[in-house]
Ligand binder design. Structure first.
Ligand code: ADP
Ligand code: MG
Length: 687
């Protein structure tokens, strides 16, 4: 904590104040080289005039009182004082109005020339800690909500992005005589981030307004609200990278059942049916064998090392069972039973007990209330719902809900190939951030999709994700976007940062691709897991019907991409392929006279073009099957291709074949264009 800050803090504490006043804040800012209108404290009319004389007119007088936090609302700001007479009158008015309110004095300051009004604020988010907010002032912020935010600390790039993201960016860059000193603004954002990092007592901060000029800026008003920053969420340090959780040599299933229909039956059946490549120990005191495998009355009866214990007993006896697992040296306990914190106080107490039991022995808990882990590379399926045969793939799926590892896989497995599917449930010990870090380290996984309802890792989530997205894309579907239950916040800027706005910002900060809904998440997952990233903006569209070509072209532009333009000699080659009645070269519209051979030759022309970064091929559902092999065999030379098939749900067998051949199939041109644009933007950022 800086010297000056401590001094003001002590003073505030003495006066039972939870905020620093304008003149104090500005003194702190000035000490850091942040330019402001300053504020000299005058305690008499004469002092006010003297100070104004030496500052130079016009000046501004403002009330200084620990009781007045919003000065102009209370009539405590007197602007544009042109001479000593004005100053005297203003002083008198303030003294009369606030005489009974612990008037400390009057702040005398220069009248800043008008500039672009901006705000810089800090708020504390319960999940991610301190958040920096930047926005344009006045109607921009009130009506247009033109703000951008980032979790503190900021990188240089974060500061640049915050400025670039503002809707009024063209005003900042220069419009009709207005412009802002963007490098100076960037420095200001980084300095505030730094100030907050060094002074954890800053709970909220409001520089409102800051006037931006073509050269430099001036902080005109400043306020700091102090508080105890909530402890950052505890990070369970993962000493191991969860390797043995993903590749266990032995699994005990406590509560394995021989009765069809029970969850204990399902889990064990899944492990057997998928041919888990390790030792299996069903634990059940009431059975000799479970589904043909020798059962043990308790885990301590298994006289062999156990890497993972899946626990399926009722919540009330889970602690006992977990204790036994610890005694037997089990490395990971996966509690798939439900009935814990999500049910209320009793369940929460059991969770606490489990943590107390496992902590000392280094045993890690996954769940409770989860559906275990799937790893196709060791044929391991622990799901509570029956899962049919899976193919090995490069997708890592991390899900807070069990449904992703069972119900949804029933269908998805036809068109997507997973490496690891990890459910995290209540995240009692292993949270989403631990899991993300661990899954990203698996060599089989090239892309990670996450379904999240909350984030427990706090700022570490951002740092971990940011590191991963440099090489492996992360797609997140974050549910619970409403702001219900969010505490009312006092500061103007803080109240603008709704919970979802913060998630939106930190996802950007971490380079995460945010999915809008389940369908979007898996649409993107399919495309990214199967196809290379488009390195160029240009999209080449080949269609059997004009209208779908037009819609595709619109969708390409709407998504910020462009139609590619073939080089003259390639145009020549294409013309030889086209029927006489076809004019356009992109989209290439074959008007129902299209076949797989023509499409192959057209694509091969596009592959040669410098301007083509990707392909959209609009295909007829009724003959989709005839395209599977020819399109699958083309050498695209690292350029992605997406198929658009209207009515694809009626040709599902061929759709599956196409997907298995590595070409994602979408219902609409918009979905194709969206996927290509998302992939291109990711490529640009991760380069
Ligand atoms: P409040 O506590 O009400 O936010 P401010 O100090 O922000 O008080 O003053 C209210 C408004 O008066 C500011 O938004 C700004 O437009 C104007 N203002 C305040 N101080 C100055 C100054 N030194 N120079 C120019 N304008 C000022
Ligand atoms: Mg203000």
């Amino acid at each position: 904590m800086s010297e000056l800050f401590r001094e003001f803090m002590d003073q505030a504490r003495e006066e039972d104040r939870t905020y620093l006043m304008e003149h104090e804040c500005k003194a702190i800012l000035e000490s850091l080289g942040i330019s402001s209108t300053r504020a000299f404290v005058a305690r008499s009319e004469e002092e006010a005039v003297e100070m104004s004389d030496s500052i130079g007119y016009p000046t501004v007088l403002k009330v200084i009182s620990p009781k007045v936090i919003h000065k102009s609302d209370a009539g405590g700001v007197k602007l544009d004082l042109k001479d000593a007479e004005d100053v005297k009158r203003a002083y008198g008015e303030i003294a009369t109005s606030f005489g009974d309110e612990n008037l400390i004095g009057v702040a005398v300051q220069e009248m800043a020339p008008p500039g672009i009004e901006a705000i810089v604020g800090v708020t504390t988010d319960p999940t991610f800690g301190p958040i920096l907010i930047f926005g344009l002032g006045g109607v921009f912020v009130e009506i247009l909500q033109d703000i951008s935010l980032r979790s503190i600390p900021l990188s240089e790039l974060d500061a640049e992005d915050m400025i670039e993201e503002i809707k009024g960016i063209s005003l900042l860059k220069g419009y009709r005589g207005y412009s802002a000193d963007i490098p100076a603004l960037k420095r200001l954002l980084l300095q505030i981030s730094d100030l907050v990092m060094k002074n954890p007592e800053i709970a909220e901060m409001d520089l409102n307004p800051v006037f931006l000029y073509p050269s430099g800026y001036k902080v005109v008003d400043a306020r700091i609200i102090t508080g105890e920053r909530p402890e950052p969420p505890k990070e369970p340090v993962s000493k191991q990278d969860l390797h043995d959780l993903f590749y266990p040599k032995s699994i005990a299933v406590i509560g394995a059942s021989g009765t069809k229909g029970k969850l204990g039956w399902n889990v064990f059946r899944n492990l057997i049916d998928h041919n888990f490549r390790g030792e299996l120990y069903p634990i059940n005191p009431r059975a000799e064998t479970i589904q043909g495998i020798t059962a043990y009355p308790s885990i301590s009866d298994v006289k062999a090392p156990i890497d993972v214990a899946v626990v399926l007993v009722p919540a009330s006896i889970t602690s006992e069972v977990v204790k036994e697992c610890c005694d037997c040296g089990v490395k990971y306990v996966i509690v798939e039973s439900a009935g814990f914190a999500e049910m209320g106080e009793t369940g929460r107490q059991i969770e606490e007990d489990m943590v107390a039991i496992t902590k000392p022995c280094g045993c890690r808990i996954l769940g409770p209330n989860c559906s275990g882990v799937i790893n196709t590379y060791c044929s391991m399926v622990q799901s509570i719902g029956i899962v049919d045969a899976l193919s090995q793939g490069n997708i890592g799926l991390i899900s807070q809900a069990g449904v992703c590892a069972a119900g949804m896989l029933w269908g998805l497995r036809h068109v997507m190939d997973f490496g690891i599917v990890a459910t995290i449930g209540n995240k009692l010990d292993i949270n989403e951030t631990d899991m993300l870090e661990a899954v990203s380290m698996d060599d089989n996984v090239d892309i990670i999709s996450m379904y999240l309802e909350s984030v427990k890792g706090g700022r570490r989530f951002i740092d971990v994700a940011k590191r991963i997205t440099k090489t492996k894309p992360i797609i997140v579907l974050k549910a619970g976007r409403t702001e219900a239950g969010r505490k009312a916040v006092t500061s103007h800027t803080a109240s603008m940062a709704g919970n979802d706005t913060v998630y939106e910002a930190v996802f950007k900060q971490a380079g995460i691709i945010r999915a809008r809904d389940y369908e979007h998440m898996f649409n993107l997952t399919r495309a990214i897991s199967k196809q290379p990233l488009p390195e160029k903006e240009g999209v080449f569209i080949i269609t059997y019907a004009g209208s779908l070509g037009v819609i595709s072209a619109d969708a390409i532009i709407d998504n910020g991409m462009k139609l590619s333009e073939l080089e003259p000699e390639l145009k020549e080659r294409l013309r030889d392929l086209l029927p006489e009645y076809v004019g356009g070269m992109n989209p290439v519209d074959y008007t129902f006279s299209m076949d797989a051979e023509t499409v192959r030759r057209t694509i091969e022309i596009g592959v040669e073009s410098e301007d083509v970064g990707s392909f959209i091929v609009v295909l007829q559902a009724e003959v989709l099957g005839s395209y599977v092999e020819p399109l699958g065999d083309i050498d695209y030379k690292g350029k992605p291709v997406m198929a658009c098939v209207a009515g694809k749900e009626f040709a599902i067998d061929d759709v599956i074949k196409m997907e298995k051949a590595g070409i994602p199939v979408y219902q609409t041109p918009e979905q194709c264009a969206d996927a290509i644009a998302v992939m291109h933007r990711y490529w640009l950022k991760s380069r």
